[in-house]
Design a protein around this ligand. Sequence first.
Ligand SMILES: *[C@@H]1O[C@H](CO)[C@@H](O)[C@H](O)[C@H]1NC(C)=O
Ligand SMILES: *[C@@H]1O[C@H](CO)[C@@H](O)[C@H](O)[C@H]1NC(C)=O
Ligand SMILES: *[C@@H]1O[C@H](CO)[C@@H](O)[C@H](O)[C@H]1NC(C)=O
Length: 461
Amino acid sequence: MRFRNKHLRPVKRCRPSLLIWSIIGIVLLFHLYTLNQMQSNQIQPPIYYSDQNSITKELETVEEEALHVTTARSRRNPRAVRRKGSQKPPTIIDEFLDKSTEVHELFFPDMTRAINPLAEGNDSTGYFYPGQIWLDTDGKPIQAHGGGILYDEGTRMYYWYGENKDGPTYLAHQNAAARVDVIGVSCYSSKDLWSWRNEGIVLRGEEKDETHDLHKSNVLERPKVIYNDITKTYVMWMHIDNANYSKASVGVATSQNPTGPFQYLYSMQPHGCESRDMTIFKDDNGKAYLIYSSEDNTELHVSPFTDDYLNTSNEFRRIFVRRHREAPALFKFQGIYYMITSGCTGWAPNSALAHAAESMMGPWETLGNPCMGGNVIFRHTTYFSQSTFVLPLPGLPGLFIFMADRWNPANLRESRYVWLPLAIGGVSDETLEYSFGFPLWPRVSIYWHKRWRLPDGWRDL
Ligand SMILES: *[C@@H]1O[C@H](CO)[C@@H](O)[C@H](O)[C@H]1NC(C)=O
Ligand SMILES: *[C@@H]1O[C@H](CO)[C@@H](O)[C@H](O)[C@H]1NC(C)=O
Ligand SMILES: *[C@@H]1O[C@H](CO)[C@@H](O)[C@H](O)[C@H]1NC(C)=O
């Protein structure tokens, strides 16, 4: 109280000088601001791909897109409102998830607009169309959800592994998440990343043995494969769970061949912790890591594998504690590790975040939402999709393909793939937590395109 009285009196007396000081303060602040601007203009982030700049410029163009659904939503979709049984109009995400709405149709275009590698002389050849049905070289929709890609040095081929969800969607019980019985892990091969040949199911679900991890009543998600140079083995890791997601484990399978068949070994809870959404990452030096959502999806754990990639080592690190992140996708550029994650909202889409670290074991910094272009709803829903993998393009340093799933919980086999160019460069737009602004992490940007393609001859650039 005494302090307050003392403080008040002089303020009252000094009103005119307070005004002068305020003006001086403002002028000073303005100077500081312009100085800061000048400095930040001088400290340009490194330009990573000067020679590829013209080639990738088109992919890094910010493409805006309006969503023409507002009137249709309120006037023509009484069903969606009725379903909710409330006065509150459904959000665009509600409608996106509701298969009776026009919004749903817009985001899940039918077979007539499928990407078809067999269509000869079609001017769409080589173009990725995020969200459209994607046919393999047999003319069948690709079934490789929650997937990842292995580049095989031996065959110079790309292999895309993912969940085969080509079965009926149902609810195991009331309030359960929509599911499809375990069918297995599909594999597709390609040289150009656009036309994919079906290599079949390389790890099959189990029909009879109910005690088996891969029994059809269980859950197999997010399979990823890396090659172990020491044991010359292809190693697959995947999320293994039961129908109510209480097993929260990670499973491993191996093969001598990228196209399988993979031999299932076992599942485990790494370090005795829950493991749900997960991915694996193989570093340049051959060291590989398991990254998994744990502690009720409130945090991620990073753990190095043993040298044979068949177990985690004793070491692990908790990251993004209490941040509730899942769907991790890892990549590396110029010695820095990057990660894209999603929030935890079941099958509903949410905002992605990009993160960076100088070491896999952290500390990890959050850089902000990487989505660029489209519109504000696209950017807040990761283009109505969820991250699953980020694929480097060796001929185009700094450029990657961001792979995501546009889940359709009304019919999971109808979930779509959203592939978009991801570029590293520019200054990140979130303040950093521990480093007072240093180091200057580059921005991670995922660019929206309605249709896009890789530059000609990208493999040999
Ligand atoms: C070419 O393919 C696209 C998408 O795959 C399709 O929408 C279009 O109708 C096709 N055009 C022709 C001429 O076949
Ligand atoms: C989840 O399912 C397993 C068997 O599938 C059962 O043993 C367990 O009690 C269930 N847990 C809950 C919380 O329902
Ligand atoms: C994995 O490593 C842990 C810790 O060393 C060990 O307890 C466990 O038995 C190992 N699991 C397998 C399947 O080898």
